[in-house]
Write a protein that binds this ligand. Structure first.
Ligand SMILES: [Mn+2]
Length: 299
């Protein structure tokens, strides 16, 4: 059989990259990413001395296993032949053939892999370390409402194998690796974790960055709004949202360009100006994308 690539979503994050690496290693496939990795993931790979996977900008002609995503908009360009999907997101997937799909409502794809291959992972400190990092990243050190009891339990087991004694301390180290936006071009900040959605035929983009000091974002508010406006106008979006999530204050400053009424309805808030503070909101997947989609579906 031709080479099989395990690949995560565009704008790769730590869960998508580490899950691809571990699954590929266990199955004898090749790991790839759908773009350059971010600073947080780089920190994790350096920490566990793992090399960066090949970047596959176009997957034409390749057989793919998709991890940590399934929506067409988040997929690498040129993806045609899909063999399997392992994911923890809602499904928006259509394919002409029956394929292996494993989706569970847990905090990370890494959690699913740890459950699928307990023996392989118990025997490998590196796999355990990568998967632990992915869980801590996706669950925002267990603060995100996407976190399940299973994520916590598995993270503890993985930490033992990886010889990480203080899980939370390690999680903060991982999170801090990309938590400053100082000196970074605003386009990079917004695109480092950006997902396209199809809500009732309308294109909606939602970017997210995690910071430990929200003031850094407030200081660049005009830049953020100008960039979102430009993005909306040039790429045919109905709405563009940027979540600046403060993982210490545990909330999100949500910037948007589009119809303010959609934001007001989705979050049951009064919106004045181009952004709104949403206390307790940490998760795009659970707390932002679903209520926005609901407003679109209800028209
Ligand atoms: Mn994930």
């Amino acid at each position: 059989m031709a080479d099989i690539y395990v690949i995560g979503h565009k704008a790769p994050d730590t869960d998508t990259v580490c899950s691809a690496i571990v699954y590929a290693a266990i199955k004898g496939y090749k790991a790839a990413t759908a773009g350059p990795i971010n600073e947080e993931t780089q920190f994790v790979l350096d920490y566990f001395k793992v090399s960066v996977p090949e970047v596959l900008e176009n997957a034409a002609g390749k057989t793919l296993v998709l991890v940590d995503h399934n929506e067409p908009g988040q997929r690498v360009d040129g993806a045609e032949k899909i063999l399997e999907i392992i994911d923890h997101h809602k499904m928006n997937f259509n394919y002409p053939d029956p394929i292996f799909i494993h989706v569970e409502p847990v905090g990370s794809t890494a959690t699913i892999l740890a459950k699928m291959f307990p023996n392989e992972i118990k025997a490998n400190k590196t796999y355990a370390g990568l998967l632990l990092s992915a869980i801590l990243s996706d669950t925002v050190i267990f603060k995100s409402p996407t976190t399940t009891e299973e994520d916590k339990k598995i993270a503890e087991e993985l930490a033992k194998v990886a010889e990480i004694t203080d899980i939370v301390k390690f999680g903060v180290e991982v999170k801090k690796a990309k938590a400053s936006i100082k000196g970074k071009p605003i386009a990079d900040v917004i695109h480092v974790d950006f997902k396209d959605y199809d809500f009732k035929g309308k294109k909606v983009g939602i970017g997210q960055t995690e910071v430990v000091d929200i003031q850094e974002v407030y200081d660049r508010k005009d830049e953020v709004v100008n960039y979102l406006t430009e993005l909306k106008n040039s790429k045919g979006y109905d709405m563009v949202i940027f979540m600046a999530t403060d993982i210490i204050k545990e909330g999100t400053e949500l910037y948007y360009v589009g119809d303010a009424k959609i934001i007001e309805k989705a979050f049951n808030v009064k919106v004045e100006g181009p952004s709104v503070w949403l206390p307790g909101v940490l998760s795009r997947k659970k707390q932002v994308a679903p209520p926005v989609e609901k407003v679109y579906l209800e028209g």
